[in-house]
Ligand binder design. Structure first.
Ligand code: ATR
Length: 281
């Protein structure tokens, strides 16, 4: 029997998730079929239910439906509840939909395991306070940084997130300009959507130093605008979100198939597809 999965988003034509999941299937000797499904705000819920009714075992959810998916699920696990966003839905035989969010643990796995950056006691700066930022805050705090500072154009949103998550670890917040008054950070993560407009968050130079590790949660063919800025500011250790994509997919596969594939081979095999096609998920 083939277990069927799909990614639902708008657009999804460029998604490399099918290639990643098919490779996971080969590596783990599971028969999986993974397709792409387009939806709109008004058809999203129906699309999920139709997929389930047709025998689908699960789906991934990508932009712009991760927050909408929260209300479509019957239950949320802790990761999705804290993030208030769902990127993976498990479809149970009893008809129940269970929402998960593997983005944050995917980011953590890529930074700590693949890039060998230990986040314990580090000063982390998270740029952005939208859905993508929200989804990674709890996992980042679980790595026990000395502080997680959230900076955003709309300061009130950064303040709200810092307050909401303060019970999980040390958080603070500001706008971009006020970073001028703070020491540089050990790790800087871009979770804004600015790269899609080919621009980078306007952060002051003192935000980074030569030993800062920079991470851009977006990826594209060639360098992202944020990582180009980091390099020009003297940062030499950096990565884009390609590794996070593969890791979050492996955690979704684990939820559905009960086995977490080794990601290294898939990372290498899909590198070329990803960096030549500039997909988002
Ligand atoms: P996503 O799901 O990708 O996080 P989102 O929830 O719309 O999308 O959040 C986008 C993030 O990028 C927000 O932090 C947003 O800042 P605001 O909260 O001030 O809107 C940030 N962002 C997008 N365009 C921006 C721009 N031109 N300048 C600064 N920040 C921007």
């Amino acid at each position: 029997m083939i277990n069927r999965y799909t990614i639902i988003g708008q657009p999804v034509a460029q998604s490399v998730s099918p290639a990643i999941h098919h490779l996971f299937g080969e590596l783990t000797h599971r028969r999986v079929e993974y397709t792409r499904t387009e939806a709109t705000d008004t058809t999203f819920e129906q699309t999920v239910k139709e997929w389930q009714a047709s025998g689908g075992k699960g789906c991934n959810v990508t932009a712009p439906f991760k927050e909408l998916a929260v209300s479509v699920c019957d239950r949320l696990n802790d990761s999705a509840r804290l993030a208030q966003a769902v990127n993976t839905i498990e479809m149970h035989r009893d008809g129940k939909l269970v929402g998960h969010n593997t983005d944050g643990i995917g980011l953590l796995a890529d930074i700590e395991k693949n890039k060998h950056i230990n986040l314990a006691d580090k000063r982390i700066l998270l740029l952005g306070a939208g859905g993508a930022a929200r989804g990674v805050i709890a996992p980042l705090l679980s790595a026990t940084p000395s502080v997680l500072h959230i900076a955003n154009r709309t300061t009130a949103k950064a303040q709200t997130l810092a307050k909401t998550f303060s019970k999980l670890g040390a958080t603070s917040s500001s706008d971009f300009q006020s970073l001028e008054n703070l020491d540089s950070f050990d790790v800087v993560i871009n979770a804004t959507s600015m790269g899609f407009d080919n621009s980078a968050p306007p952060v002051p130079l003192n935000t980074v130093n030569q030993s800062t590790f920079a991470y851009d949660m977006m990826y594209k063919s060639g360098q992202t605008p944020f990582l180009a800025w980091c390099e020009s500011a003297g940062v030499s250790d950096y990565a884009d979100g390609f590794g996070m994509l593969v890791e979050q997919a492996a955690d979704a596969f684990l939820i559905w198939e009960g086995v977490r594939p080794k990601t290294r081979k898939v990372y290498l095999a899909t590198d070329e597809i990803i960096h030549s096609a500039s997909p988002k998920n």
